[in-house]
Design a protein around this ligand. Structure first.
Ligand code: MN
Length: 509
């Protein structure tokens, strides 16, 4: 949970002086108790810090500007204990640039029927105070999440936890560099897009890194470092005799793959990059028989698999949008389970069990593996280097999950989210790659049909435990379109939604 430990969420309580100083003192003490309680519940991955009760436009503007300037602060939770006349919030909200969660809760759970008097009423006014606040957010068109529920309830805390994880991923993305080794795969449309718009809207920056520069890191990797990493491979994965025996083609191929991993990691670290893309046609000096040859002898697929598990965003064939989205998914998903970059590979028509095989040439993250991944070497005949190529082979564990992609529609980014169910896959003796097999919701025909109708990529970012609520929070923070294909989707309603969204984004440029 390293990434979460560096962040904090600010809690700001709204009130006013109308009822004198005593109620305000009580508001303070209640707020402190609530923040302690929320932290103490152990559900939120990020620490909540109480930043005081605000009672004037100046107070509010001050705390909002401080939040903007504080690199640790990833978002603000607001709650109106008493009535908080919302004109006070205008200047502050107009300037807030961090994600906002409006918590509609109340200090006490149940109405104290027998003892409730006007003092109690004046104090416990979130029922209308939060509506006043909600109004000004709506009027100002402030992007936010509204969470309604008692602050001690597990359900309420779980929804705040989702938002906290997304806010952490959002903060992470504002400081994200995506390095591209090679360009997009020629002529591919769906993985390309406007990198300027992406930086303006989504925060991350995309740079090109010549493969010749990557090769400078490759040259500096020592044999001892490679030997050490090969030992790690042998310990972590199931390996056959050929992979374990020095002198074999397999051993050498794995050794070269380890050297590529060390070069890639060194280059990414030197640049401070959090994500990267590769291109199978750009792997260093073209002629492997050239005495001056410096280059990968194979596609660095094993490196991509392992770097994904470590948290680096990855997109194949120059797909920088997927690389950035995977990094965001990985941050949100920390400690929750497996996630991976995947590609719609091939279809399996089988009546009501019709499904889509998810795989890639090599690059699937071992975090979704059902069993210990096998480290294997096989010939790969795609790309500039047709060679014996190391890779981790496994099938994913069955279970429900969610996959997502971002596409560039020209006037906006569209996030497409689909609930899927991973089912048991079968061995692929002649296709030794990592894979998952899933049925898109609500069924194969509607799920795949809606995804295609929305213009979704063949690449997507999948996780078992990152629910659509995470993606909804992400789309809200980013201010991008989201369409969600779930068990209730029909093509008729989905097409209508796409058309309504087209109009919305024409009117709201
Ligand atoms: Mn691909």
């Amino acid at each position: 949970m390293e990434a979460f430990a560096n962040y904090e969420i600010w809690w700001v309580t709204g009130a006013q002086m109308l009822y004198g100083e005593e109620p305000v003192r009580i508001v303070e003490s209640h707020s402190k108790e609530m923040v302690e309680g929320v932290n103490g519940a152990g559900v939120l991955p990020v620490k909540v810090v109480y930043k005081g009760t605000v009672m004037s436009s100046k107070d509010i503007e001050k705390v909002m500007l401080e939040a903007n300037a504080c690199s640790k602060c990833i978002g603000i939770i607001t709650w109106m204990h008493t009535f908080s006349p919302a004109k006070m919030w205008i200047h502050g909200l107009q300037q807030l640039r961090k994600p906002l969660l409006h918590l509609h809760t109340q200090y006490n759970a149940e109405i104290p029927w027998d003892t409730m008097d006007m003092d109690f009423m004046n104090l416990n006014q979130s029922a209308h105070g939060d509506r006043e606040f909600g109004h000004i957010c709506a009027r100002l068109n402030v992007r936010r999440k509204v969470v309604v529920g008692y602050w001690k309830d597990a359900k309420t805390l779980a929804r705040i936890a989702v938002w906290s994880r997304v806010a952490a991923a959002w903060a992470d993305a504002q400081d994200m560099l995506v390095l591209r080794f090679g360009d997009q795969m020629n002529n591919v449309a769906v993985t390309d897009g406007d990198k300027v718009a992406a930086e303006m809207q989504l925060g991350y920056h995309v740079d090109y890194c010549p493969v010749s520069e990557l090769m400078e890191y490759f040259k500096k990797v020592t044999d001892a470092e490679v030997d050490k990493l090969v030992e790690v491979y042998h310990a972590e994965y199931a390996c056959g005799d050929a992979v374990l025996t020095p002198g074999t083609v397999e051993y050498k191929s794995v050794w070269n793959a380890a050297k590529a991993e060390l070069a890639l990691r060194a280059c990414l670290e030197a640049h401070g990059a959090k994500a990267f893309t590769t291109n199978f046609d750009d792997l260093g000096t073209d002629d492997i028989n050239d005495p001056q040859f410096v280059g990968f002898d194979q596609i660095p697929g094993l490196a991509s698999q392992r770097l994904m598990a470590e948290g680096y965003g990855f997109g194949a064939e120059g797909d920088w949008k997927s690389a950035a989205l995977y990094r965001t998914l990985w941050v949100m998903n920390q400690g929750l389970g497996g996630c991976s970059f995947l590609e719609d590979y091939t279809l399996n028509f089988d009546g009501s069990n019709s499904s889509i095989l998810q795989a890639h040439m090599l690059e699937v993250c071992p975090m979704i593996a059902e069993e210990k991944p096998r480290l294997e070497v096989h010939f790969l005949g795609i790309g500039i280097r047709k060679a014996q190529t190391a890779r981790l082979v496994f099938t994913s564990r069955p279970g429900k999950g969610v996959t997502a992609t971002v596409i560039d529609m020209g006037n906006r980014f569209r996030l497409i989210v689909n609930d899927v169910e991973c089912i048991k896959s079968k061995p692929l003796p002649k296709l030794p790659v990592a894979s998952a097999l899933w049925i898109p919701m609500p069924d194969f025909e509607t799920g795949a049909g809606a995804w295609i109708m929305a213009g979704g990529t063949h690449h997507s970012c999948f996780a078992y435990n990152v629910t659509p609520e995470y993606w909804a929070d992400y789309a809200e923070m980013a201010g991008i379109e989201m369409v969600h294909i779930d068990e209730n989707t029909t093509m008729e309603s989905f097409k209508r939604e796409l058309r309504v969204n087209d109009v919305y984004y024409l009117l709201n440029k």
